[in-house]
Design a protein around this ligand. Structure first.
Ligand SMILES: [Zn+2]
Length: 350
């Protein structure tokens, strides 16, 4: 995109942000940090394709953000293949010592996909990165109960490469659980998933596989006991997914394969009968994201003519200029809830 045009777009985003803030509560304003992180990451690094120079620039920006919050950042470079071409990317790791040594990993991928279609990865996954940084910010001067590893994964969208590389560097016995943040705003409902009770394909060997639900259940429990702008649910049972259980499509799955209990926070809608069934890939019933949506069946009016399928991720809809007019306060309240829930849970798990 031409740089002049880019500046103009950024100004209009900031203007609409300012107008929006006048109308919202002081509590929401306290969460400017996460929202601004989403705006900054996606306007300055709108293309974060796995293995690209742009992805690497986003990583150095992110490293700087953690450092500004007072964290020391470890950088793990890794190699992966994309269509047989060898590429490299980075994982970033920041650590906060807790009152106890039991360690929880919170991870979010920072790469994006769909730039050619217009996506800047605003919800997928600037929302996860913003939540990650905002929780790190909350623990700048406070000691959490658990020790916390904050991980930003590279190259998720083309094969979970960052998380697959990362798990090779850890001893699973050191990790009490892993919380995956992938697209934690934008979709209709905030869910917390566990791994599927049927083991994922773990590269031939899945004898260590865990679908332990303790972390999912503890987070859900916590969410019911504190005041949050948005609540959390288990997704409903569908033909392929038992209630609250999810597929292998994001950075939690290499951890499940290693025997680490996971919880996966995701904003989507498992009640919609989407392009590939009730699998959570259709994020919203909002009519603007469908050619035609039939509310009574929670499905497209005409599957043959449907073009959008309620998908924000990886499409032209996943950018600030598209989302702010429709879902600004929805996204802000979801991100705010995520930050509050995770901060409270890591401070006082019960
Ligand atoms: Zn994602």
């Amino acid at each position: 995109m031409h740089s002049k045009k880019k500046t103009k777009m950024k100004t209009s985003i900031l203007n609409s942000l300012a107008v929006g803030l006048l109308a919202v509560s002081p509590q929401l304003m306290a969460d400017d940090f996460a929202w601004n992180t989403m705006l900054n990451l996606t306007s300055d690094y709108g293309n974060r394709f796995a293995g690209s120079d742009e992805e690497r620039k986003a990583a150095s920006w992110l490293k700087g953000e953690f450092e500004q919050l007072g964290y020391k950042v470890n950088t793990h470079e890794f190699e992966f293949n994309l269509r047989k071409k060898p590429l490299t990317s980075l994982n970033l790791e920041a650590f906060k010592q807790g009152k106890i040594n039991k360690t929880i990993i919170i991870g979010a991928h920072y790469d994006s996909i769909g730039h050619n279609a217009g996506s800047t990865g605003f919800t997928d996954n600037a929302s996860g990165i913003a939540t990650l940084l905002a929780v790190a910010k909350a623990f700048q001067n406070i000691t959490p109960h658990y020790s916390v590893k904050f991980i930003a994964f590279g190259a998720e969208e083309v094969g979970l490469n960052g998380s697959k590389a990362y798990v090779k560097t850890i001893n699973p016995a050191d990790i009490h659980g892993m919380i995956n943040l992938d697209t934690v705003a934008g979709g209709d409902h905030l869910y917390i998933h566990s791994a599927h009770s049927k083991p994922y394909h773990c590269g031939g060997e899945n004898s260590k596989y865990s679908h332990d639900t303790w972390l999912r259940d503890a987070l859900l429990n916590k969410s019911k006991n504190i005041k949050l702008a948005r609540g959390y649910d288990l997704h409903p049972k569908t033909p392929e997914y038992p209630e609250g259980e999810t597929g292998a499509w994001s950075d939690h799955s290499p951890f499940s394969c290693l025997g680490i209990p996971i919880a996966y926070v995701e904003a989507t809608n498992f009640s919609i009968d989407g392009e590939s069934g009730k699998d959570g890939y259709s994020q919203t019933s909002h009519p603007d994201y469908w050619t035609c949506f039939d509310n009574s069946n929670m499905a497209s009016c005409d599957r043959k003519k449907e073009k959008h399928w309620g998908k924000i991720w990886h499409t032209q809809f996943d950018q600030a200029t598209q989302l702010i007019p429709r879902l600004e306060s929805h996204i802000k309240l979801q991100v705010q809830s995520n930050v509050t829930l995770l901060t409270r849970f890591l401070s006082e798990p019960k």
